[in-house]
Design a protein around this ligand. Structure first.
Ligand code: NAD
Length: 563
């Protein structure tokens, strides 16, 4: 497989007949370099006079963009400004995003993207990706045919029903697939022309949007039941017929659909759900790294299968994490029953136990034989977990008492407060460190600044899914894996944990620094592709040098001469 036939900005010299000319060149974001076009390119593509005479380097252009960006008074304005840039010059956008990932990831993705989605219709300028509405049922193949590029490899699709922690944002949820795909490109080098964001606009229950004249979607109530299932089925068949090598990532579907869709399609198509499986892998990696950190410090060398996990929240994230933890514990020698017995849940009605009759299907495997307990603190006292994992969306639920108890029962309590955004976190980094006398191993969903305490600096980890999904996607793309398996996510977790260096650990980090994310993604992609080749799941030829091939595949935004 080669990317050389793709109209990416770095490979345009291979397909001169497909190159636009004159103003069309300047209006095509895949090719446009603006003032960065060299004299020879200006001559060759009919651009003389259409640009100011002075040729700027990419670095100069980037400096100008950053200067303007940093003057914007709000993050939402920065988001809009960067969207304008990607609509003008994708190569420059990705150069800037890659080189300033720590600063810009919170703008192109959470938390700012959440704000952007809430106001999507009001900040709307140009469409990106495909919008398929329930009115298009029966004609989805025709809509897909309108997309101008045939070789699409990664689609992120949502129906907008559960956008981040913000609920039903309908078609305004399109900001999420758009943002997520920009991270596939920035973090793992998936060429942007190979990506396609898709909104399945099946309506919305959001009353505010239903009456907002600037809402961009269909303002009717959501399609439900059999009609919904048939619509999704038509989409899956049409999209895989149009783009046979595509990986479809389900994103921000509501709980009841997310599990069902994954279950229905995972053995038939190349699909995964990042909210369930990506979250699971990044959290499992955090657990592996925490155990490594304890051992490196001279503490006991404990296995994952010796841990007892207590989750607050039994939704997509929580159950997804537990399922992957169970499969990793089974690999360490436990039976599935023993492994599930090490994972406990508290949901909004208390401890998830066998005798409850109000449990959704996805919680049943974790409903253990135990008397009911009403609250989380009592569950901590009764079960004495080694790790607590907050995925409830409920702020401040890891109270002082909860954290202190964790510190009492464990020398190094593992406390992951994963709910997003920061305002929803089950506790702050400072609380976790303060109430355990600095002994907590802490990670959160949204970034927290370092904490200075007892003359020491504590660096909280961020269990950011971006450590996982771009690398997994790249591994699936280079191997053409027919399915995305649990083994791949487990390998991704182990690889991510192994990427945490001794220096990281000396600084208390359980995730690598974000600046190394492209190396991390390349390592994960290699591990995932190895599984695909070994297990006979690959549909692409196996390269002799897989790590080298993965590297070579990765899109690197530069201005290589076009002529
Ligand atoms: P979800 O809606 O599927 O699940 C939420 C769960 O929390 C439900 O089981 C619900 O019953 C439970 N809950 C609600 N109120 C509760 C309470 N007061 N006490 C106990 N349980 C309660 O949502 P999800 O997709 O599982 O996401 C949950 C949270 O995890 C969100 O805040 C999300 O931002 C976060 N998350 C973080 C990451 C990450 O850090 N990488 C990834 C995915 C999700």
């Amino acid at each position: 497989m080669s990317t050389s036939s793709m109209p990416t900005a770095t490979t345009v010299t291979d397909i001169p007949e497909a190159m636009p000319h004159g103003v069309n060149m300047l209006h095509n974001p895949l090719f446009n370099r603006g003032t960065g076009f060299s004299a020879a390119e200006r001559e060759a593509f009919g651009l003389r006079g259409l640009l100011p005479a002075r040729v700027l380097s990419m670095q100069d252009q980037a400096a100008r963009i950053l200067e303007n960006l940093r003057k914007k008074p709000t993050d939402l304005e920065k988001y809009v400004y960067l969207n304008d840039l990607v609509d003008r010059n994708e190569t420059l956008f990705y150069r800037i995003l890659i080189d300033n990932l720590e600063e810009l990831m919170p703008i192109v993705y959470t938390p700012t993207v959440g704000q952007a989605c809430q106001q999507y219709g009001h900040i709307f300028r140009r469409p990106r990706g495909l919008y398929i509405s329930s009115e298009d049922a029966g004609q989805i193949a025709e809509l897909l045919a309108n997309w101008p590029i045939d070789d699409i490899r990664v689609i992120v699709v949502t129906d907008g029903e559960r956008i981040l922690g913000l609920g039903d944002l309908g078609a305004h949820g399109m900001g999420i697939p758009v943002g997520k795909l920009s991270l596939y490109t920035a973090c793992a080098g998936i060429p942007p022309a190979m990506t396609l964001p898709i909104m399945l606009d099946v309506g919305t229950e959001n009353k505010q949007f239903q009456t907002d004249p600037l809402y961009i979607g269909m303002p009717h109530p959501r399609l439900r039941g059999e009609a919904y299932d048939a619509f999704i089925e038509e989409f899956m068949q049409a999209v895989t017929a149009r783009f046979p090598q595509v990986l479809v990532q389900f994103e921000d579907f509501a709980n009841h659909h997310a599990f069902a869709l994954l279950q229905r399609y995972r053995d038939h198509y190349r699909v995964f759900n990042d909210d369930i499986q990506g979250t699971a892998a990044v959290t499992l990696a955090g657990l592996f790294a925490a155990l490594r950190l304890i051992a490196v410090e001279g503490g006991p060398r404990r296995k994952l299968s010796e841990q007892r996990l207590l989750f607050l929240g039994a939704g997509e994230a929580g159950v997804g994490i537990a399922d992957l933890v169970v499969s990793a514990m089974v690999e360490e020698g436990l039976t599935p029953e023993e492994a599930r017995g090490r994972c406990w849940f508290v949901d909004s009605h208390g401890l998830v136990v066998r005798r409850r009759d109000d449990l959704a299907a996805h919680k049943l495997p974790y409903a253990h034989e135990h008397p009911p307990l009403a609250d989380f603190l009592t569950a901590v006292e009764e079960l004495r977990p080694t790790a607590i994992i907050g995925v409830s969306g409920q702020p401040r639920t890891f109270t002082r008492e909860v954290i202190e108890r964790m510190g009492k029962y464990n020398e190094r309590p593992i406390i992951f407060a994963l709910s997003n955004p920061t305002s929803k976190s089950e506790c702050t980094a400072e609380e976790a460190y303060t109430f355990t006398g600095g002994r907590a191993i802490f990670a959160s969903g949204s970034p927290f600044p370092s904490v200075k305490l007892y003359g020491k600096t504590y660096n909280p980890g961020q269990g950011n899914n971006s450590y996982i999904f771009p690398g997994v996607g790249l591994g699936v793309v280079v191997s053409g894996a027919r399915h995305v398996t649990d083994e791949m996510f487990e390998a991704a977790a182990r690889t991510l944990a192994a990427q945490v260096t001794e220096t990281d650990m000396a600084n208390g980090r359980i995730y690598p620094e974000l600046s190394r994310i492209r190396d991390v993604s390349a390592a994960i992609a290699t591990a995932v592709a190895e599984i695909a080749f070994r297990e006979g799941l690959a549909t692409e030829p196996e390269p002799d040098d897989l790590p080298g091939y993965v590297r070579e595949f990765m899109f690197n935004p530069t201005y290589d001469p076009m002529v």
